[in-house]
Design a binder for this molecule. Structure first.
Ligand code: B12
Ligand code: SF4
Length: 626
């Protein structure tokens, strides 16, 4: 009998994903009655794919929020051509609590709740579906799913050779991305997260030997990018050992190139030790270390069952990372229940005060069905107005055949009406654009020395932008705001195309950065005008402040190092340099190519690529004359 496996991912740039969940199902459940005909990993147009299928008896799909509509469409088309074919699906997108799920998605024959391996094995063995735990059929809602105690008896897809035939179908230079786990579960209960539900509360671990062998395989097989599924990298002592092994493997083979982990929330000392080992080794495997916070509002943290480390501890670690030149980044979510515009602004200020200099993301609050926040009573209690919009995913290519994926978003809460929600996104856009993409970073630093808080400065700037409708900044502001409005009210796609009609959908700050970079003189004039109107600094100083601040942003068109003449007191207040002649330099000396914008405002944004270094000029002028 023929079986097809499906775990389709979007293409993020040139990378292709090797599927993990569906691979486990097959490696654990397979038997000789079944012939594996194909594993689909990309979103090939459903009708084209169905045309290639040969007498499928069973199709098993792995469902996530990013492939749900695709899977539904593929399932419909398979059923149209192969009526006898059974289609089953599992994954986080399957609502474990909805007995009416079949009415909404009748193209499937069974839904598997939670971990799927045992149920899948029983299905392949031909057991009666209504008797298999965790399997929901049209007439049968199973008991609540139970976690497996031992995961080590699930064979490793990597070590079983599951991936080689998939990789063989693609060109040799394909950049492969694997999802990989050393454990399952998370001890915390954050209500906005799927893994926060009690089902995932206990940790189950894969053996170290297996983990090491899998990492070795990644090195040998030139794996570009590893998405680590573990929820708290750094929580266990063995994460340090595993990181050492990743570093050693990269030293030996040059791969895996990137190790993208979700860092532990409560173990900053262990995280720091791991990060330091990686950076000291000279092997750059982390794209910044996350110090995730989600909110600084005490009431909100209680409501979402999250905790933050105290301010002093945070500050100590940010300072340590900064002293070692290790980039960190932080994440907040907007609008969490209980949060207001003021508390959002105050959270950003606390983060800046604690020393987050490098990067910040403020994610929109989206809701998945299985997370504690997916519960309707919870939503009612906190006044969450939840609506369906396009999935909040960016950097994807534009293709009219793309099947749009959707998510549930929080449109308004009891403490932030919809207008405030959009206003919060706009404030986040401007603050991050200015401070964390650099365009106003050093100006804000200068103003802080003169008693103005960074977040107040950006409030003033937002006001100025609204008052100056002819400005470039206003154009960026209004295009971004319109896009947010369309996303929330018209199911438009997230992001903006700025380079051409075939461009990717850039995340908003990246999109605006491209525009500002290409209109730098205009930006300089506008920032000077803003400072003249909204501050009491003298005009000749303002000009130097803005000029020097913008020169600290890496330009595509300049050859570094450059020498800059400025005012001593400006250099002092802005850069802590006691000189009127500054050398501005940047580490990236590669020849600029047509991917430079991606490098600066997408791939390396969390590493603070924009930021140049500044030093006092100690050398004779001639050395810098070209
Ligand atoms: C790795 C990962 C990614 C990778 C994706 C890699 C890829 N394409 O496969 C990256 C970093 C790209 C990513 C991005 C996003 N992610 Co993500 N990501 C994860 C993460 C950390 C691990 C997922 C994983 O593979 N786990 C390991 C597998 C084995 O576990 P599993 O998926 O739960 O599968 C088990 C069962 O569900 C079941 N099962 C699964 N499939 C099947 C199929 C069958 C037939 C059966 C029987 C059983 C079964 O059995 C498996 C156990 O064996 C999870 C969080 C987590 N810790 O799980 C979030 C998670 C999956 N991501 C999530 C989200 C929301 C996103 C984003 C939308 C975030 C954003 N707004 O940008 C984007 C989407 C980007 C896009 N357009 O593709 C949500 C998904 C919720 C949902 N309902 O789908 C999760 C759960 C996190 C959360 N917030 O709660 N993500
Ligand atoms: S957000 Fe992170 S820490 Fe919180 S429950 Fe989810 S995985 Fe665990």
């Amino acid at each position: 009998m023929n079986i097809y496996l499906v775990q389709a991912s979007d293409n993020h740039g040139p990378n292709k994903f090797l599927p993990l969940a569906i691979a486990y199902q097959w490696c654990y459940g397979k038997n000789n009655d079944w012939t594996l005909k194909d594993v689909l990993i990309e979103k090939i147009e459903p009708k084209d794919y169905v045309a290639t299928m040969q007498q499928p008896e069973l199709v098993a799909m792995s469902s996530y929020v990013w492939n749900w509509e695709y899977n539904r469409e593929l399932a419909k088309q398979i059923k149209r051509k192969f009526r006898q074919c059974k289609i089953i699906t599992g994954g986080p997108q399957i609502n474990k609590y909805d007995p009416d799920f079949f009415d909404k998605h009748p193209m499937f024959d069974a839904f598997i709740h939670g971990e799927g391996e045992e149920a899948f094995k029983s299905i392949l063995a031909g057991d009666n579906w209504t008797t298999i735990p965790n399997v929901q059929t049209l007439y049968h809602m199973p008991e609540p799913a139970v976690r497996r105690k031992n995961i080590n008896n699930i064979p490793s897809p990597i070590l079983e050779g599951f991936y080689e035939p998939i990789m063989a179908k693609y060109p040799k230079d394909t950049m492969w991305q694997v999802t990989w786990e050393s454990l399952r579960g998370c001890p915390y209960h954050c209500s906005f997260c799927d893994i926060g539900e009690s089902y995932w509360n206990k940790l189950t671990l894969f053996d170290m030997e297996r983990c090491r062998a899998e990492i070795e395989w990644m090195g040998k097989n030139r794996i570009e990018y590893v998405s680590v599924c573990d929820s708290n990298w750094g929580m266990l002592d063995r994460d340090y050992e595993l990181t050492e092994h990743v570093i050693a493997t990269k030293k030996k083979y040059g791969y895996p190139m990137w190790w993208d982990a979700t860092w532990s929330k409560n173990n900053l000392d262990k995280n720091y030790a791991i990060a330091k080992a990686a950076y000291d080794s000279g092997e750059n495997i982390f794209k910044g270390i996350t110090v995730a916070l989600q909110s600084f509002n005490k009431n909100t943290l209680d409501i979402v069952e999250r905790f933050n480390l105290d301010f002093d501890t945070l500050k100590t670690y940010f300072d340590k990372y900064k002293a070692d030149n290790i980039p960190t980044y932080s994440e907040l979510i907007w609008p969490l229940p209980g949060e207001t515009f003021e508390s959002l602004k105050s959270g950003v200020q606390q983060l800046i005060d604690a020393g987050q200099e490098n990067y910040l993301m403020i994610h929109p609050l989206v809701i998945t069905d299985n997370s504690p926040m997916g519960n309707k009573a919870y939503q009612k209690k906190h006044g969450l107005d939840v609506r369906k919009i396009a999935l909040d995913t960016v950097y994807l290519g534009a293709d009219e055949k793309y099947i749009t994926e959707y998510t549930d978003v929080v449109y308004a809460t009891a403490t932030a009406d919809h207008e405030t929600v959009i206003e919060g996104h706009m404030y986040a856009w401007l603050t991050i654009l200015m401070y964390y993409y650099g365009w106003g970073h050093y100006i804000a630093k200068y103003m802080r020395k003169h008693g103005v808080l960074e977040t107040d400065l950006f409030i003033d700037l937002m006001e100025w932008i609204k008052e100056n409708k002819q400005s470039l900044l206003y154009k960026e502001y209004s295009k971004t705001k319109q896009s947010f409005y369309d996303v929330y009210n018209k199911k438009a796609l997230w992001g903006r195309q700025v380079l051409s009609n075939n461009d990717i959908f850039w995340e908003y700050k990246g999109a605006s950065s491209i525009v500002l970079h290409n209109n730098i003189q205009k930006l300089e004039d506008e920032l000077i005008k803003f400072m003249l109107e909204k501050t009491n600094i003298t005009d000749w100083k303002i000009k130097s402040v803005v000029k020097l601040g913008l020169l600290m942003c890496r330009s595509r068109d300049l050859e570094y190092p450059i020498k800059v003449k400025t005012i001593n007191s400006v250099a002092q207040d802005m850069l802590d340099i006691d000189s009127d002649t500054i050398i501005i330099n940047h580490a990236d000396k590669d020849v600029v190519d047509n991917k430079w914008y991606n490098k600066a405002y997408h791939w390396n944004r969390k590493n603070g690529y924009w930021k140049c270094t500044a030093s006092k000029d100690k050398k004779p002028l001639d050395r810098y004359h070209k």
